[in-house]
Ligand binder design. Structure first.
Ligand code: COA
Length: 254
């Protein structure tokens, strides 16, 4: 079964994470398809808005830990980095519908979306430190900026999750609805955007984003270099091994 579904209709490219049995954990192969689909959506003149969605029970458990262990991203051309560049530089309106857990990149990718609609079951977390890793997707800039430093520190240093109401209050999501209504709402909002003049949408998004764009690109590369190094260090090996073996990690040696 396709783990990434895409559908282009009425000016909206809808991309669906479709690996619910593994909580929509994202493998290198899935990042590759996501990056290619975003590139295709950007290039296709019939696409005027892009939606990224999961299932009403789960958005994404983040990086697939077993795949990361066996197949770590080695270079800037790795699928995960291609995906990060694609979402962070996406010129067209990018919307997300989020229900249930949104872990790691499941949360950090949302910092790059223009509109985010959440189910009241949405639970956001960025547990990079708990995995012996560091933030990615420029979340080390964007989380403190959006959430305020203290809340970002609770999320990024302690790895504390936050729920839909907190995400709404801090401006990470635009509206909360029952989980069964999220994907319909996000598609409706995307269609609304698709009916507007594309040149105005593109210019407005570019103007809102351009001042920070170089810093974001540079930070994604910096974080990626540190993250890549940390993946092979003892703390991450222990955290990932513990997840696969379904036990608590022991960081006393790292
Ligand atoms: N990578 C690989 N597999 C994952 C995964 C991940 N990130 N997240 C979940 N899975 C798999 C589980 O191993 C399990 O597989 P199995 O049925 O073969 O045993 C299956 O998905 C269901 O996960 P489970 O943990 O039983 O579901 P849950 O509803 O109890 O919890 C989560 C859901 C998302 C809260 C939990 O799975 C989780 O915390 N996952 C890890 C998140 C993470 O640390 N991501 C990395 C960020 S960099």
């Amino acid at each position: 079964m396709n783990e990434i579904l895409s559908d282009n209709a009425a000016g909206v490219m809808t991309i669906t994470l479709n690996r619910v049995d593994k909580k929509n954990a994202i493998t290198a192969a899935m990042y590759g398809v996501l990056a290619d689909t975003l590139a295709h959506a950007e290039a296709d003149a019939s696409v005027r808005a892009i939606v990224l969605q999961g299932h009403e029970s789960v958005f994404s458990a983040g990086n697939d830990i077993a795949d990361f262990l066996n197949n770590p991203p080695a270079t800037a051309a790795s699928p995960v980095f291609r995906f990060l560049r694609a979402i962070s530089t996406c010129a067209k309106p990018l919307l997300a519908g989020v229900c249930g857990p949104a872990v790691g990149i499941g949360t950090t990718l949302l910092f790059h979306c223009d509109l985010v609609y959440a189910g009241d079951n949405a639970a956001f977390s960025m547990p990079f430190v708990n995995l012996g890793l560091c933030p990615e997707a420029a979340s080390s800039i964007l989380a403190p900026q959006l959430m305020g430093y203290q809340r970002a520190a609770a999320a990024l240093l302690l790895g504390e999750p936050f729920m839909a109401e907190a995400a709404l209050e801090m401006g990470l999501v635009s509206r909360i609805v029952p989980p069964g209504e999220v994907n319909a709402l996000v598609r409706q909002q995307a269609r609304k955007l698709a009916s507007k003049p594309l040149s105005s949408l593109l210019a407005t998004k570019r103007l809102m984003k351009q001042a920070q764009a170089p810093a974001i690109a540079q930070r994604i590369a910096e974080e990626g270099a540190i993250f890549g190094r940390m993946l092979s260090e003892p703390a991450a090996r222990e955290a990932f091994g513990a997840f696969v073996e379904k036990r608590k990690p022991d960081f006393s040696g790292s």
